[in-house]
Design a protein around this ligand. Structure first.
Ligand code: CAA
Length: 383
């Protein structure tokens, strides 16, 4: 067992950190304020080969490991949680299922442009009546000749307004429950695909989220992903990996809250001394450092299990549950340490406070994480 990052991983962190200082941080406040998708930064991220960082080079990826991906997401979130989730949803939720379950033709046609960053990916599972109860899908897919015809509506779809490829889940046989759900690769220019209302979010406002409407949406027969009826398992397996990405995002947010709090508490003078000299603040900083470190250990362990081919569903849920709660706790502390200034729009900790909350909700709520952990713990889950 080795708790030290390899020299290569340390270099990755340094490289992404420098990239973020140059390109991501300077526009983070503006993209949040204006709900602006940071297209120019995503283009630069693609130039670094980070839009498909852990996929093999033959599919346009950089061939790095999962820990590299996690460190990259952590550093992106430390600078801008919106930019982080654009990359995370694209990679973990759209590219991964094609890589894992797609045919060679699907990989060449869809995964390669996703990994190269020529197209952005989205994952359309959630519906107005199917959130945590993901099996309650009402979107349908019917085979008509050589085409699937999809009808229904999806909601809260990250990246949808700017996506080129969407992974869409739909019922192909309602009588079979979870085994009646199938997954489809839907290009954004498919006839009948309509990007619906843009949603005005509390946080991660630079990442665009919208409804997706399927109105007799027609896609070729060969765009079925995996086998018919395998969609629910594809969604669950995909979300297992996605949750490591969100845990890394939460870790980056918590780290940023700590960074800002250390800086401010050494600058801010009250009663004749920097507030960092007061025990009340020191205890808050100590708790923050502890939370960040514990979250990092859980997130890196989940990434390591994934990389090593070990079970990671429970580990991913543990990492997401802990890191997201840590992000919420510690952004709250960061605002408290900043006092009045922390409550003002445009202050980084105010943005972090709003950004943190979603990590306890999307890609499975904290309550779902507990269900997954309980199921894993009861079954042993290889640990
Ligand atoms: N991997 C593979 N298979 C899995 C699995 C996994 N992780 N989890 C469950 N399955 C399988 C089960 O083994 C079972 O298969 P069998 O019938 O063959 O035994 C089948 O799937 C059904 O499993 P359950 O009975 O456990 O299913 P359930 O309906 O009770 O659901 C749940 C369980 C954990 C609550 C699940 O519905 C869930 O994870 N819900 C949350 C969904 C979610 O995360 N939504 C977020 C959407 S994405 C997003 O946030 C938007 C974005 O763009 C960022």
């Amino acid at each position: 067992m080795d708790f030290k990052l390899s020299e290569e991983h340390q270099l990755v962190r340094q490289g992404v950190k420098e990239f973020c200082e140059k390109y991501v941080s300077p526009i983070a406040e503006e993209v949040d304020r204006d709900q602006r998708y940071p297209a120019e930064v995503i283009k630069k991220i693609a130039e670094q080969e980070w839009m498909g960082v852990y996929f093999p080079p033959e599919y346009g990826g950089a061939g790095a490991d999962v820990l590299t991906y996690v460190i990259m997401l952590e550093e992106l979130a430390r600078a801008c949680a919106s930019t982080c989730v654009v990359v995370s949803a694209h990679t973990s939720l759209a590219s991964f299922p094609i890589y894992k379950f797609g045919t060679e033709e699907q990989k060449q046609k869809y995964l390669v442009p996703l990994c190269k960053g020529e197209k952005l990916g989205a994952f359309a599972l959630t519906e107005p009546g199917a959130g945590t109860d993901a099996a309650a899908e009402t979107t349908t897919a019917v085979l008509e000749g050589d085409e699937w015809v999809l009808n229904g509506s999806k909601i809260f779809i990250t990246n949808a307004p700017v996506a080129g490829v969407l992974i869409v889940f739909a019922m192909t046989d309602k009588s079979k429950g979870t085994k009646g759900i199938s997954a489809f690769i839907v290009p954004s220019d498919a006839p009948g695909l309509v990007i619906g209302k843009h949603l005005d979010k509390m946080g991660i406002r630079g990442s665009l989220t919208s409804e997706v409407l399927l109105k007799n949406c027609r896609i070729p027969r060969e765009n079925l992903l995996g086998k018919e009826g395998e969609g629910f398992k594809i969604a669950m397996k995909t979300l297992d990996g996605g949750r490591i990405g969100i845990a890394a995002q939460a870790l980056g947010i918590a780290q940023a809250a700590l960074d800002e709090s250390i800086k401010y508490s050494h600058e801010r003078v009250q009663f004749g001394q920097p507030i960092a000299k007061f025990e009340a603040i020191q205890w808050m900083l100590a708790n923050m450092a502890l939370d960040v470190d514990a979250a990092r250990l859980l997130v890196y362990r989940a990434a390591w299990n994934y990389q090593e081919g070990l079970p990671y569903s429970t580990e991913a849920a543990m990492a997401k549950l802990f890191a997201s709660a840590a992000a919420s706790r510690q952004t709250d502390n960061a605002v408290q340490i900043h006092g009045g200034i922390g409550y003002i729009r445009g202050t980084k900790v105010e943005r972090l406070y709003r950004d943190a909350k979603i990590t306890e909700i999307y890609e499975g709520t904290s309550e779902v994480m507990r269900i997954v952990i309980a199921n894993g713990a009861c079954n042993g889950n290889g640990r």
